[in-house]
Design a protein around this ligand. Structure first.
Ligand code: FAD
Length: 154
């Protein structure tokens, strides 16, 4: 289907971290974010990168060319494998417009978020559908912005 090149487009994918990345996750994520922020800014991309139990879940939003070119680079990256696009398509407004690219690890104790995925409280990558992945990442984004606000006023 043809897309208006300037229109907003959003893509969600999941992938599996390599064991080397999982073993040194904080450093690896800092490296990824460090190399992504200026690239994403320069092409008007926003999004959220989440790490959960050996997996990455990422939202990318911007114009269709920027989203697809960035995803194509990410898909070639040896730091993860088994990439699976969960949902993609035109979007009405940015869901992650307030920040560029941030990350948060989910621990089993992050119950409120995990319940978005699975009422039993565990992470089930197969349960990530277009609706649940959007809810998951926007929930994380809301929690992050609240935490950032609290840090500002405390
Ligand atoms: P170069 O920097 O020229 O690197 C060449 C190759 O080496 C590429 O295949 C690259 O993927 C790989 N590489 C680079 N650094 C490392 C490293 N430390 N260890 C192993 N291999 C490495 N990029 C964005 O621009 N925006 C994003 O939102 C974004 N999100 C990402 C999310 C995840 C989960 C991962 C794993 C990567 C993400 N990246 C993102 C990084 C992206 O995959 C590219 O590495 C980056 O965009 C640079 O691309 P390049 O072609 O200029 O590669």
């Amino acid at each position: 289907m043809a897309h208006n090149p300037g229109a907003l487009y959003r893509l969600f994918y999941r992938s599996r971290q390599t064991p080397e990345v999982s073993a040194d996750l904080d450093f690896q994520v800092q490296q990824i974010i460090g190399s992504s922020i200026s690239r994403n800014r320069s092409v008007g991309l926003t999004g959220l990168l989440l790490t959960v139990q050996g997996h990455f879940i990422q939202a990318l939003e911007g114009n269709v060319a920027a989203v697809r070119a960035t995803y194509a680079r990410i898909a070639m990256d040896p730091r993860h494998r088994d990439l699976h696009i969960i949902a993609q398509g035109p979007a009405g407004k940015r869901l992650f417009g307030d920040w560029n690219m941030c990350a948060r690890s989910l621990a089993p104790s992050d119950k409120a978020i995990l319940e978005v995925l699975d009422s039993k409280g565990g992470f089930n990558k197969e349960a990530l559908t277009a609706a649940t992945v959007e809810r998951l990442l926007t929930t994380v984004a809301t929690i992050q912005s609240r935490t950032a606000l609290e840090a500002l006023v405390s």
